[in-house]
Design a protein around this ligand. Sequence first.
Ligand code: NAD
Length: 309
Amino acid sequence: SPRTVLISGCSSGIGLELAVQLAHDPRQCYQVVATMRDLGKKEALEASAGSALGKTLTVAQLDVCNDDSVAQCLSHIPGGDVDVLVNNAGVGLVGPLEGLSITTMQNVFDTNFFGAIRLVKAVLPSMKKRRRGHIVVVSSVMGLQGVMFNDVYAASKFALEGFFESLAIQLLQFNIFVSLVEPGPVITEFEGKLLAQISTSEFPGADPDTLAFFRDLYLPASAELFRSVGQSPQDVAKVIVKVIGATRPPLRRQTNARYAPLTVLRAVDPSGGLYVRMAHRLLFRWPGLLSLGLRCLAGGCFPKRVWPG
Ligand code: NAD
């Protein structure tokens, strides 16, 4: 029988694409419950789902920050039995720390971290009882290494990495797998939403030097990064479909081979110092070299696959 897959954050981006790809699985292996916080935004998903709508894909309301919404959503799933949970919902936050309120930062953790945990707590008892299940988490390369001015967002993804690596050990005993998927930059509404936040934000409390580094160094470098190695949500979804279909799902899986040279520095020097010094130099001393390097990555100057699988 088909596996029930519950995905959070399906009104756009990676969640939408993943829901559609799974629903169109040629062997109809999946019954997809594509959820979103605001059902008023379901049009794009329904249009992309096409003939799968109402058959292998149903749309449901779910706010990962709300206990009642989670309980209500699961009450519509027969037995509340979810076979595959995909924690995809997430929000970004960039900018100088001094200009961000603690409430704004807590909101990022409420969605990205506690939102995922709220869902896991809700589906785990049934998975444990049935001795089967797969929990997939859309993390980020920023769950593996920090990026300037993304301090809080990266922290929320690092938190997920630590939490789910810990949980994975226990869950193996219940035949439940955990997979952390780590995309690099993906061209979705995510970046646009961030840039919109920035344009209306004054970052009160940030000093002029820091603000200048943010606007004149970070923002152009980030835009260049998206332009050069940005992936489509379709490509990211394809990787997640493979992870979900694997008989022995990996604990970690990056999605973007062109981004890999940027995560390799961390592996070369486990102290992390080399990565921090190189990132600092590239941003503050040699921004020209950084753009050249990114263009080189975009042109495929580096080997395509540098990690197994
Ligand atoms: P997106 O903005 O298109 O999708 C995020 C989705 O999460 C949206 O549909 C949004 O409505 C939803 N969401 C936010 N708060 C929610 C809540 N409280 N309850 C339910 N849904 C909520 O962007 P995306 O790129 O598709 O992001 C999906 C995931 O991928 C996120 O976890 C993000 O951190 C991660 N990611 C994105 C990138 C990128 O560059 N776009 C890179 C690495 C990882």
